[in-house]
Design a protein around this ligand. Structure first.
Ligand code: HEC
Ligand code: HEC
Length: 373
């Protein structure tokens, strides 16, 4: 979403704002999964690099786990799609197995997108798009060690848009590929919204976590964190400038696609605190509330529009930035009483003292139990 500038990853289809807030994502992933999850050495299909650091073309990806086929035909894209035309996407089997268990993309994850041209638009089965020849190969790799300077640790490569692929490929600058993925992909820079196979794998991961009782997460920080992060998204880096980015995102109304109250209504906090409100949940929070979780995943976000006399005049926002310590310090709190000026937000910090006290009685600091139908 927002990555227009930064990186938050909250995801929501085209609204993914993702809370990917970015680069801290890499760190988060590392610490959450621990060193054993660094697949570089244990992954039989581990990526290989040439002496000059270029990625060596993977082998055998057509036997990896197939996760989906987006299609951007030339004839629907002004005669020339940026990525022509079928995109067959595969994931290395080791990382897929980890994804099924944790719902997260481990370090070492490789996603291969092989392009195939439309061959014909008519077959005995009917009119449509039928595959012709192979036409290109792109790879995305998550490696927060090797690509520690890339947002999320994701690097992007292309072996060319032609029938014969190159032997090696150099990583693209973040602006060429990573930024679009950061802005619009649903989970951790990956367009899971277009991969039914991953969507199916995810619920089973969540279920496993719950079966193991990790929802309550008291055992050990790293395990519970992996569980909590299982819906993807990164950690919020509550650094200077973060509030401005969030403000820009709010001002651009990027949250309008979120699940929301059906109408503006008086806040139960009383007119003095939040006035009239309309509450929005991103998918992570909506899903987590629907599951009845006591603790919400990192990346969960609620936005509350503040209204008075029928006019929208501000926002209150809570984002689960990292695992909470029970005191609301894992939540980033933000409130601003202007739609145009962010110079004096009421709150803009982790564990903001003007917010947490009153939110403490909520379930993981969320006061409402659900949205108004
Ligand atoms: C304008 C946005 C945009 C840009 C720029 C972009 N991508 Fe993507 N990428 C997508 C979308 C959307 C998908 C999923 C659907 C599809 O394949 O069309 C995707 C999917 C992928 C995938 C499959 C795995 C995944 O993350 O979903 C790879 C690999 C990939 N892109 C590589 C690249 C490379 C390499 C570049 C830079 C040369 C690049 N992308 C630039 C939008 C973008
Ligand atoms: C006096 C108590 C009180 C204070 C202080 C307070 N809130 Fe709330 N907040 C509520 C109540 C009650 C709700 C439930 C919905 C409603 O009626 O507005 C709520 C709801 C919210 C929601 C929607 C999600 C949810 O938890 O239900 C957000 C976002 C929010 N508040 C942000 C903030 C921020 C940011 C601050 C600090 C600047 C803050 N709140 C301070 C009482 C409070």
């Amino acid at each position: 979403m927002i990555r227009y500038v930064l990186a938050i990853t909250i995801a929501l289809g085209s609204y993914s704002l993702g809370l990917s807030f970015q680069a801290s994502n890499g760190e988060g992933a590392k610490s959450s999964l621990g060193s054993t999850d660094y697949r570089g050495s244990t992954n039989a299909h581990a990526a290989r690099y040439a002496d000059d650091g270029q990625l060596i073309r993977p082998k055998g990806w057509r036997k990896w786990v197939y996760i989906g086929t987006p299609l951007t035909p030339h004839d629907m894209n002004g005669g020339k799609a940026a990525f022509p035309e079928f995109h067959n996407v595969y994931m290395d089997p080791e990382s897929f197995a980890t994804y099924e268990n944790t719902g997260q993309f481990p370090n070492g994850t490789q996603l291969v997108k092989e392009l195939v041209l439309v061959g014909s638009k008519q077959a005995v089965s009917g009119k449509g798009y039928f595959m012709g020849e192979f036409a290109g190969l792109e790879v995305a790799i998550k490696d927060t060690v090797r690509f520690k300077d890339e947002p999320g640790g994701w690097a992007y490569f292309s072996f060319g848009h032609q029938a014969k692929y190159t032997e090696t490929a150099k990583a693209f600058p973040a602006a060429s590929c990573n930024s679009c993925h950061a802005a619009s992909a649903d989970q951790d820079f990956v367009f899971t919204q277009y991969y039914p196979v991953l969507r199916e794998a995810m619920p089973s991961a969540q279920q496993k976590m719950m079966d193991k009782g990790m929802g309550s997460n008291k055992k050990n920080g790293s395990t519970s964190k992996a569980a909590m992060g299982s819906m993807g998204g990164g950690e919020v880096e509550a650094s200077d400038g973060y509030a401005d980015k969030l403000f820009q995102w709010l001002a651009a109304k990027k949250y309008v696609g979120f699940a929301a109250d059906s109408r503006v209504h008086p806040s139960t906090s009383g007119p003095a605190v939040h006035g009239d409100v309309k509450i929005f949940f991103n998918k992570k929070l909506a899903d987590s509330i629907a599951l009845g979780n006591d603790s919400h995943p990192v990346g969960a976000m609620s936005v509350k529009e503040l209204h008075k006399d029928g006019n929208h005049y501000g926002w209150a926002v809570a984002i689960k930035a990292k695992e909470d310590d029970g005191n609301g310090n894992g939540w980033y709190w933000y409130e601003n009483l202007s739609l145009t000026d962010n110079s004096q937000p009421v709150a803009a910090s982790l564990g903001d003292s003007s917010c947490v006290g009153c939110h403490a009685p909520g379930r993981d600091f969320v006061r409402v139990d659900g949205l108004i139908k």
